[in-house]
Design a protein around this ligand. Structure first.
Ligand SMILES: NC(=O)c1ccc[n+]([C@@H]2O[C@H](COP(=O)([O-])OP(=O)(O)OC[C@H]3O[C@@H](n4cnc5c(N)ncnc54)[C@H](OP(=O)(O)O)[C@@H]3O)[C@@H](O)[C@H]2O)c1
Length: 267
């Protein structure tokens, strides 16, 4: 999809929260070999160095070109947003892949506007291409936008079949902001419930697909970019193999009724 910054972003990616060392390197490598071109990380995940290494190795091995990749990272509230230039440079140095495709503010913070303005300077110098926000909702977005120059291109929030953000998604879309789903499967420790939801299993059976694939199709078809996390090569390949089937309008409506308005995390 084309972002309001003019850059293109893949509609499906790999999440890397809680993956470290060789585990995250293997995940990124498998993802890139399988056709995934969007990788999500964050300063707070403590894995940018390994992710940068895996990307540079894949480029050196001819698996992918830098221009075809879209790497997202984030800076964190507290000391990072109080000293944003240093935090941004830290991300760029740890990743060491030339530029970052998108940088997000990880959460609202007392210094969020200051931190965003610092990111705007790095856009001007070409080290960051697009900007966005994470864990931002309707009540915070308008006030924030009024204080910055570059319109956020993306908002990354908790979104899954039990917490669909049926108000936030159209609100952001109307502003020209892309929505991205973290915890598309509910997050580690909660996937059992979502991936064994009876309605999802019924739809999966009808398409001869897995529950994970049906859920990712649902995200895609409502215009939400999902970034499922995985350290399992089979899961990574399964998650990117969702472009050869589609859900009917009736199936989309059935999944919409599963919304409980309940989050798995507090933010
Ligand atoms: N902005 C924020 O505040 C924020 C917060 C949380 C997360 N995030 C981002 O969002 C990404 C996604 O969230 P998440 O990774 O925490 O949770 P998630 O994607 O909802 O779920 C990850 C879990 O699903 C399992 N899984 C993945 N594919 C599967 C498949 N095809 N079949 C069965 N199980 C499967 C994984 O296990 P295996 O490893 O065994 O595959 C892992 O246990 C994160 O990695 C991170 O990049 C952002």
């Amino acid at each position: 999809m084309t972002l309001n910054s003019g850059y293109e972003m893949p509609v499906l990616g790999l999440g890397t929260y809680s993956l470290h060392g060789d585990t995250v390197k293997n995940s990124v490598r498998t993802a890139l070999e399988s056709g995934v071109r969007l990788i999500d990380t964050a300063s707070a995940y403590g894995n940018e160095t390994e992710i940068g290494e895996a990307i540079r190795e894949a480029i050196d091995d001819g698996i992918v070109e830098r221009e075809d990749l879209f790497v997202i990272t984030k800076i964190y509230p507290g000391s990072e947003m109080a000293n944003p230039e240093e935090a941004i440079r830290g991300c760029l140095d740890r990743l060491n892949i030339g530029y970052v495709d998108m940088m997000l503010l990880h959460h609202p913070d007392r210094n969020d506007v200051k931190a965003y303005k610092a990111m705007e300077k790095f856009v001007a110098s070409g080290q960051i291409r697009s900007l966005g926000l994470s864990n931002w909702y309707i009540e915070e977005i308008d006030d924030f936008i009024a204080q910055v120059d570059i319109m956020p291109a993306l908002v990354q929030n908790e979104i899954h079949i039990y917490y669909q953000e049926q108000d936030v998604v159209p609100y952001m879309h109307d502003l020209g902001i892309v929505m991205q789903a973290w915890y598309p499967f509910g997050g580690r420790g909660h996937t059992g419930e979502i991936l064994s939801d009876p309605t999802i299993l019924e739809i999966a059976e009808a398409h001869q697909r897995t529950a994970a694939q049906v859920i990712l199709r649902w995200h895609l078809q409502r215009g939400v970019v999902a970034i499922p996390g995985s350290s399992d090569p089979d899961h990574i390949r399964e998650n990117i193999s969702v472009f050869d089937f589609s859900l009917s309008d009736e199936e989309m409506e059935r999944i919409a009724t599963l919304d409980r308005g309940t989050k798995f995390d507090w933010y």
